[in-house]
Each structure stands twice: as C-alpha cells, then as structure tokens.
Design a protein around this ligand. Structure first.
Ligand code: ZN
Ligand code: ZN
Ligand code: FE
Length: 753
C-alpha cells in the first residue's frame, strides 16, 4: 500500500494529561514519522502512513489514552504530501480562538509516591508530580497549557528535571509542573515565633502541634485547608468556634481506606470515588464516632483521602487515624488561596500556617459527592471536576448562565459545551461577589468566550440578576425551578416535554411568590405548573427559614385559631416566653407574614413540631436531622389533599395526634417521608395519564435527602417511569447555571430572545 500524509485532529480533554508524549510513544511503536502539537483546538498529529496503519494507530490511540484524558472526537484525512524524518513534538501554537479543554487538578499518583522514597533528587519532595498527576487548573494563567503560562514559570527546571522532561521514556516527559528538591517550589511553616523552610522540621513540628490539639492552616491545591486532630473533641470545638461555624459537619481526611473502614461503611462505588484521581469528599454512613464535635450526632460523615504528597508525608508522622479537614475561611467566605491573605486572615483561626511558594492561580474547594442507587451524585462540583466541560446537544456558544444566589456557580457556553465555574459560594458577601466577578472574567479569557446572552434567575434582587442586567448585554430571566429541571434535561440531552419535579428550598415564582415544590410539565423553552404544595406562612420572612419553630407556630394558628394552648406543644416550651408571645401577636394580627411553598419548609415545620430542630444552625439542618432519625420498615403515611395546590394541613393534625398518643418521632418522620413520595408519585401518574409523557426529571435541593431520592426513584421506576436526575452537576442551586444556559440556548434557537 502507498504511504500518504495524514492529518489527525483530536478534540476533548487532551491537554495537560500527558497526551502528546503518549502520542509520541505510540507513533514510535507504529514506526510512524511526523509530529504532534497542542493547539487551542486540541491535539493535531501529522504522520506518513498507509491507510490501514493510520486506522489501527487511531484505534489504539482511542483505547489506550491516558486515564485522565477524555477524547470527544478524532478525525483524520489525507493532506498534501510531506516528508518527515522521525517523530517530534512541536511547540504549542496559540493561533485559534477555538479552545480545548483544560485538565482539572489530579491527585498524586502511586508512582510518584514511590518516587518520593526512591528518586535521589525527589526524596520526600512534597510537590512531586508527573504526567499522570499534579496541579493543572489551579496553576494555569492562560492557554495553551505550557509551563510559561502557569505559576511554575518562576521555577526554572534544573538539569535533571529538564532531562526527564525531554526524555520520551520518562514518566515526566513533557509534564509541565515537573520539579524536584533542587529546582521546585518548597514548603514553609509560619507562626508567631518561627518561619521554617526545612521540610523534615515542618512535618515534625506539624505532627507535634496536631497531636497536642492545635489547628493548622495548610495550603492545598485550590486553597487553604484547616486541619486538626479528628479524635480530639476540644480541638474540633475550638476550630468550630474560631471559624465561626455553628453546627455544620466537618469533613475528615482519613489516613487510608483501612482506617476509614473502622469509622464508616463503604460500598464499592463509594470506594471508587474516594480513591479516584478527582479525590472528592464522599458522604458516608458513619459506623463509629471520631468525636462528637465533627458532626454533632448525625449519622453521616464526609470523608476524603490524602491527595497531595504533603498529606501523605504528614500522615507518616501522625499517630492518629484522621484529621478534620475543612476549607480555610470564615463561614460563608470564599476559601483563602493567597499566602499573604492566609497570614492575615487565617492566623486568628489557625495556630500555625504551612504553605508552599507556588501561587494558586485558580481557587477551588474540595468537591463533595454521595452515592445512592449505584450512582454518584454531586453536592459540590469543584476541585478535580472543574473546568471539565459537559457535552450538550444544544448550541450554547456565547451564553452565560449566571446561576443563583446561594451555592453559586456560573456556566459559560462554548460550542456544544457547558463549562461550569468552580463552587463560588453564597453571593451575600462582597468577598464572594468579587470571586464571582474575577473567575467569570478569567473564564472568558481562558476559554475565549465573549458572552452575548446572559441568562439569570427571575429573582429581581439576586446579585446575579443585577450583574446580568448591568452588563448591557441581552438578558433572559429564567424561573428557578424551570432551570433546575432544565439542568437535568441538559445533562441527559433531553429536548422534549418531561414531567419535572423540583423539590427545593426557595425560588422566585412567575407570580412573585416564593415557590419550591413544583411539579411541572416542562420542555427546555417553557413550563406549565401542574401541582405545588400549599403555601406555608413564614412569620418574620427569612427569619422563619432560619427558625422553623416560627413556621410551625403559624401553622398551629391556622389549625387551632387564636385559642391555641402553647403549653400543649413540647417544641414551644423550649422557646423563650417573650419571643413566642411577640411572634404570636404578629401571627394573630397578620403582621410581616411572608409565604412560601418550598418543600424544605415542610421538612422544617415537621422537624420543629417533633422538637428535633427548632432553629437551623446551618442550611437544611432541620431536614437533615429529620432524615437522620427515620425508622426503618414503616409503610404508613399521612392523608393529604391533592389538587393543583396540595394541602398537608390534615397531615399536621395527624402528626399532632400521633405525638399525643406517644407514637415515636422516628416513626412519625418515616410516615412524613412516605407522604412526600406518595404525593410525587401520585402527581407524576396524574400527568402521565393526562398527556402520556413517561419521562420524569428530578431536581432541587430536597433530593439531597437520600431517603427522598432513593424512594422517589424506586417508586417511579417501579411504575415504569423513565427517571432522570442530576449526576454531573449538583441538584442544589450549584446546578442552576447549567439549566439557565440550556433554556437560553433553546429559546435563542427558537428566536424567542
Ligand atoms: Zn504522578
Ligand atoms: Zn529539578
Ligand atoms: Fe433551588
């Protein structure tokens, strides 16, 4: 067969993942001459070859590509004859506006951990990395991904590292952040008394401090973390107090899987997530308590395994199974990433700060996932996942979904790809809005996107709404729960009518009321609101969301009128008298009573009535505690009235009756949960019998209640519904921006905007 010159174009996540060296080695194996280069559109290869050989070369390229890469497409075609000698890797060319994917950060690989013990120039080198692991997104300033475009640019490679970087047979061939003890960045320990740069001393001192109950701020991949001994209740309590974190559970870094298995139950999927290169926090069922202050009596625990070489070095010196491992920030502020900021801000929380002198260009928190029904679900999508794009079947070019107010992420459209930002946080604070603005600006540069259409939430007072409206660009307001449902549809490439079930906290409705229990008939451009829960009174507005006892007191007023005997209710006995009297007056005189039909408010009210949680000290505490106590094996449920508006007032009457007759709270909680599945299933069946649609999309923060998620899916699937949920983005408001993007794309294609 005759030889021709072929050009091969590869698109997908193929930069920063060792793709070019991989191609080089493969070309050598096939005896091909030519070249490979990274450009902004992906990886391009030219080879002299016969058709048969080039085809088998591509087949092997697809099947043996590095684990971290993900190939979206490979195309090849003959081009003008060229004469090549040998195979070369050509320098990057920054010429196209088309941008390829940037690799997320990758946890340290087993080979590097071995090298850390055996390679002369990298003995205990705490920032060791290779083609298969190390920092990526966190260090990139601009594309293409080459060392001068990263924060490694200030560390010239030594001769040894350079030789490895140039040696095709080496695992560090063309690894951009390659470094060693003599040329790379290094660690420092800083506290009031000392500044140490000797690694052994740092580790020694860190271990001593942790053993003695001190708190350490440690620079991680995408920002600082706070650590302390996980078995030391006083240390954890101190961390809680200094971080101003009331009651929200802390994540825990375990030494290894074996240590973890003593304290938490682990199934195969969970273990796979924990040990994956993304290395997220995984929510697990707790078997044994490390100490009370970590999760304050909850039965789940957020676990993570070491993902930086430093973590591994530290655990070698520690005599404990686990460390509390939480973001380095004050509650609600973005995670601290700069060393000067760490020294000024975190020194009031941590006793000591440990950092390395390589800048974090892009901030990201640890990601959080959980497993249910053999699937993994995202709670926070950040390190390890960002900025990996999500493939859509819509043209989303130039659209920006600005996201919601809480747990914000934004989402940029590039061709058919949705590129989500890292977790930005709650935009009620100026630090978070600054983070939003700067990340948004950087993403536009990094991915060469010029937004022309901004999709935002319908809520007029959200920061993201004002941000969109002040941009001067075309805007589209998207209803919150429609966006939740559209985020599921976008992920699963559904472009048709579906039954959308959004059980949620708060979202602004088209009628200006607060929605949050929406059963919709929806497609990507529009929706019809078929069912929703009855509105509950929120005395004192948002204060009632923080203090569920207020909602329950107002419900009692609706049930019993002005003659309520407060002493009949245990949960009211624990509230200070002047406080409840004042609120009671407001309720009977109908002063400052907002309304919401958010599903979360029903969980809040029931948790208050059962006296499990009268005040939410962190978001969704009441629903979490309610789920936490559920009794197993209960089939009973409460009666409800299902019309367009679903009333559960009778349910509250029955719960009060159950309390009087001393039915246990775990049983009441189970009956309440069963009532919710019943409603969802009944409504879905009702719509199906009406319009013959069999696909159901589930979304909204309430589905992070695992019992609700598991049983809703099971019951619907049992009735032969095709059930879709969010998998790649969170079901909470962290996934809203994707839904906004999809709706805007669809409506633009229909020329509605
Ligand atoms: Zn490695
Ligand atoms: Zn070196
Ligand atoms: Fe929401």
């Amino acid at each position: 067969m005759t030889e021709n010159t072929y050009r091969i174009d590869i698109k997908g996540r193929v930069q920063g993942v060792g793709f070019r060296p991989f191609v080089y080695r493969l070309a050598k194996k096939f005896g091909l001459n030519g070249w490979v280069l990274n450009d902004n559109s992906g990886v391009t290869i030219k080879v002299n070859s016969t058709l048969t050989v080039v085809e088998s070369f591509i087949a092997e390229l697809r099947t043996t590509a590095p684990v971290i890469s993900s190939i979206q497409s490979v195309s090849f075609f003959p081009v003008d004859e060229e004469d090549f000698h040998g195979f070369t890797i050509i320098e990057s060319q920054d010429k196209s506006t088309e941008v390829t994917e940037i690799s997320p950060d990758i946890a340290v690989c087993p080979d590097c951990l071995r090298d850390m013990e055996s390679q002369a120039h990298r003995i205990n080198y705490p920032l060791i990395n290779c083609t298969n692991c190390g920092p990526r997104y966190s260090i990139i300033k601009t594309v293409p991904y080459d060392r001068p475009n990263t924060s490694m640019t200030v560390f010239p490679m030594c001769e040894t590292c350079m030789a490895e970087y140039r040696d095709i047979a080496d695992r560090r061939f063309h690894a951009q952040p390659v470094a060693c003890n003599s040329c790379g960045p290094s660690y420092f320990l800083h506290d009031r008394k000392v500044e140490i740069n000797d690694l052994n001393e740092i580790i020694e001192r860190a271990a001593t401090l942790i053993h003695s109950g001190k708190i350490i701020a440690l620079k991680g991949v995408g920002g600082y973390q706070l650590l302390c001994k996980a078995t030391d209740n006083e240390a954890v309590a101190r961390l809680r107090k200094r971080k101003k974190r009331d009651s929200k559970p802390f994540a825990v870094m375990f030494r290894n899987v074996d240590a973890l298995k003593i304290f938490a139950a682990l199934n195969d999927g969970e273990e796979e997530s924990l040990t994956s290169w993304q290395r997220p926090i995984v929510l697990l069922k707790q078997k044994k308590e490390l100490c009370f202050e970590i999760n304050r009596g909850l039965t789940s625990i957020g676990a993570i395994l070491p993902y930086m070489p430093f973590h591994c070095l530290l655990f070698r010196k520690l005599r404990i199974p686990a460390l509390v491992f939480t973001s380095g920030n004050y509650s609600n502020e973005p995670i601290v990433k700069d060393d000067a900021e760490a020294k000024s801000k975190l020194s009031t929380i941590a006793d000591t700060i440990i950092y390395y002198n390589r800048e974090i260009e892009n901030r990201s928190d640890d990601s959080i996932v959980f497993h249910e029904n053999k699937q993994s679900f995202m709670i926070r999508r950040s390190r390890g996942f960002v900025p990996q794009s999500i493939k859509l079947n819509l043209d989303v070019e130039g659209i920006l979904g600005t996201g919601g107010e809480l747990k914000n992420t934004f989402c940029l459209g590039k061709g058919n790809n949705a590129i989500l930002s890292p977790y930005i946080g709650d935009l009620e604070h100026v630090e978070a809005t600054d983070f939003f603005r700067s990340t948004q600006k950087h993403f536009k540069e990094l991915f060469r996107i010029r937004p022309s259409l901004l999709a935002h939430d319908l809520h007029p007072n959200y920061f993201t709404t004002r941000f969109a409206q002040e941009s001067g660009l075309e805007c589209l307001a998207v209803q919150h729960h429609h966006a939740h449902i559209a985020s599921v549809m976008a992920e699963h490439q559904l472009d048709e009518k579906v039954i959308g079930i959004a059980l949620d906290g708060t979202g602004y409705g088209t009628d200006g009321k607060i929605w949050g229990s929406e059963i919709l008939l929806a497609d990507l451009s529009n929706f019809e609101r078929k069912f929703h829960f009855r509105y509950l009174p929120l005395p004192g507005g948002d204060q009632a969301i923080k203090e569920p006892w207020r909602i329950m007191l107002a419900i009692l007023h609706q049930l019993h009128g002005d003659n309520l005997r407060m002493d009949d209710f245990e949960f009211l006995r624990d509230i200070q008298k002047p406080k409840k009297e004042l609120l009671w007056q407001a309720i009977i005189n109908n002063i400052n009573i907002a309304e919401s039909c958010g599903a979360g408010r029903y969980f809040d009210a029931v948790a208050a009535l059962l006296n499990i949680c009268s005040v939410n000290r962190f978001e969704a505490e009441a629903p979490i505690r309610l789920e936490n106590i559920v009794a197993q094996g209960i089939e009973e449920f409460y009666p409800v009235e299902i019309q367009t508006e679903i009333s559960m007032m009778n349910m509250f009457r029955f719960i009060i009756e159950d309390l009087k007759t001393k039915v246990s709270t775990p049983k009441i909680s189970a009956k309440f949960h069963n009532t919710i599945f019943n409603i969802v299933v009944h409504c879905a069946e009702n719509i199906r019998s009406d319009v013959g649609i069999n696909k159901v999309a589930l979304s909204g923060g309430t589905f992070q209640n695992r019992l609700i998620l598991r049983n809703t899916m099971k019951r619907l699937e049992g009735l032969n519904f095709e059930v879709f949920t969010n998998c790649q983005v969170p079901m909470n408001d962290g996934g809203l921006s994707l839904g906004q993007l999809a709706i805007a794309a669809k409506r633009r294609s229909e020329k509605c905007v």
